[in-house]
Design a binder for this molecule. Sequence first.
Ligand SMILES: NC(=O)C1=CN([C@@H]2O[C@H](COP(=O)(O)OP(=O)(O)OC[C@H]3O[C@@H](n4cnc5c(N)ncnc54)[C@H](O)[C@@H]3O)[C@@H](O)[C@H]2O)C=CC1
Ligand SMILES: C[N+](C)(C)CC(=O)CC(=O)[O-]
Length: 323
Amino acid sequence: MPETTPAPCAPEDVRRVACIGAGVIGGGWVAHFLARGYDVTAWDPAADAEDRLRRLVAAAWPALEQIGLADGASQDRLTLAPTLGEAVAEADFVQESAPEKLELKRSLLAELAAATRPGVVIASSTSGYPMTDMQTAAEHPGRLVVGHPFNPPYLIPLVEVVGGERTDPEAVAWASRFYDVAGKSVITMDRELPGFIANRLQEALWREALHMVANGEATVEDIDASITEGPGLRWAFMGPCLTFALAGGEGGMAHMLDHFGPSLKSPWTRLEAPELDRALRDAMVDGCREAAGDRTYADLVAARDQGVIDVLRATGRLGSTRR
Ligand SMILES: NC(=O)C1=CN([C@@H]2O[C@H](COP(=O)(O)OP(=O)(O)OC[C@H]3O[C@@H](n4cnc5c(N)ncnc54)[C@H](O)[C@@H]3O)[C@@H](O)[C@H]2O)C=CC1
Ligand SMILES: C[N+](C)(C)CC(=O)CC(=O)[O-]
């Protein structure tokens, strides 16, 4: 039975967010919430976590200043807690971003649900585990939801929100409203799908890319250029459905389907996942190294951040969310 304890405050009244796990995504969430003017408490068991996290936030800050900080936003409002319990004790909302391992998520979410104040909503950043599978060990599973972000969470607006079988629908509604108030663009799902919506779509593309590299049919560089020089330009402002409706000319989607629909049955795709063996792993790693050239990780992050800001600005979406 879903738990019905109400959240201790309204989504509009959240002041303190706890971020559990402070790697690529947890750190990105920290930067986002700080930029939106929240107090943030983080916890991560790694010895170098604080140093890594503060560097990530400092590197993100110029991009965040460019798109506009909330009143009072400051990197000084970040605290690293010595224990998980202290990190969440005063939190109005918790974002979990620990490694993608099901058993770890199960026990961590149970621990978080026991350590937070009653009713506090806890969201997992998982890339694909259904909440039903992650909430099995929790005594208070009603306030556990998925809040799936996109890298970097401080610039990519989308977050997919969905509950599990034991999640209280009120918690899903609360989380969706909170993310909206916190400047995210929210899709609330009414049922669980492995990979949610966006990763299910990305996975199909990714699987085909791996097949082509494994078979020597395309290089990493060809694959990336095929998107950045091609469909990727359209996808930044018009999704694949409306884009393909235009492929039908004035006849729209109806003509497009009547014309090209039968080709869906031709063997363009190979829907089984390829074996991620050593050779394929090396080909992908070497190909990405070659594509990066002499650009460092920090160079690539800065270039990506500027690219996303430029696209958001060019398409009139800087500072606004999807309605
Ligand atoms: N990397 C990406 O592009 C995306 C990742 N995600 C999801 O975000 C979550 C985190 O992934 P990343 O940030 O990429 O991983 P990461 O490896 O960069 O960071 C994971 C962090 O968790 C810490 N950690 C280890 N054990 C922990 C524990 N027991 N409790 C709390 N923290 C612990 C590690 O020290 C590390 O700092 C995963 O669930 C992943 O699926 C979601 C969207 C995108
Ligand atoms: C690579 N990934 C599956 C972890 C990516 C995501 O989950 C979302 C993203 O940022 O594209």
